[in-house]
Design a protein around this ligand. Structure first.
Ligand code: DX5
Ligand code: ZN
Length: 222
């Protein structure tokens, strides 16, 4: 089943609880929470305290995407705050295997994220340890950017590689996704689609979520 992960980065931060409830009621599967440290990416967002509050505001799993340097220093704080899925960037971690272990030992889902220019080959030795891979389809740091077309090929290659290795590895795609390009991403092999601006900058966020769900149902994986 294809999953929709609304990113609250583009929501109104003074009404974030409402945004999460709206997404849950309209049919979202998980809530994507972007954590930025002002070093790995040129922007700052939320910390563990905000994640702990969000945890109380929804029954949906929290998909925490860490865009931070030294992720190993922060993973325990977000696990403590109640993150259900945690991904960190391979470009930011000197100890990818250890950081995956921190998440899995806590019984949560562990993912790694790749920037648009980072090759999937880097994942070879940890592919079997991962609960999902997050492919960035924009350069991380901001919502509302334009989808990078080269991501289509990257998704297909990762899907093929995982299949060859006998892994049902879920692929999450993040950045510039909307109801126009979602269908093709699913056909490429994506399983989890993040949508920020397309939902929360729309005058009808619930309508966009329902439309996305309808696209997911009609889509056949090639
Ligand atoms: C970008 C973030 C994304 C972002 C996606 O750095 O990781 O999750 O919120 O937002 P849109 O869908 O607006 O590109
Ligand atoms: Zn993200």
């Amino acid at each position: 089943m294809i999953q929709l992960a609304p990113s609250i980065l583009s929501a109104d931060f003074t009404r974030i609880g409402e945004a999460v409830r709206l997404a849950e009621e309209a049919g979202a599967d998980v809530i994507h929470v972007d954590i930025m440290d002002g070093h790995f990416v040129p922007n700052l967002t939320l910390g563990p305290q905000a994640v702990a509050s969000l945890k109380k505001a929804t029954r949906l799993p929290l998909d925490v995407h860490l865009m931070v340097e030294r992720p190993g220093d922060f993973i325990p704080l977000f696990l403590e705050a109640g993150a259900d899925w945690v991904s960190f960037h391979v470009e930011a971690s000197a100890h990818i295997h250890r950081d995956i272990g921190l998440i899995k030992e806590a019984g949560r889902r562990a993912g790694v994220a790749l920037n648009p220019a980072t090759p999937i080959l880097l994942l070879g030795d940890v592919l079997g340890d991962l609960d999902y891979v997050l492919l960035m389809s924009v350069n991380p740091g901001f919502g509302g950017q334009r989808f990078i077309e080269a991501t289509h090929r990257k998704i297909s290659e990762l899907r093929r590689w995982a299949r060859e290795r006998g892994l049902a590895l879920p692929i999450e795609v993040d950045g510039g996704i909307n109801t126009e390009n979602a269908g093709r991403l699913i056909a490429d092999g994506a399983d989890i689609l993040v949508m920020g601006a397309a939902i929360f900058q729309s005058p009808d966020p619930a309508g966009v979520i329902r439309q996305a769900r309808a696209i997911f149902q009609g889509q056949v994986r090639t």
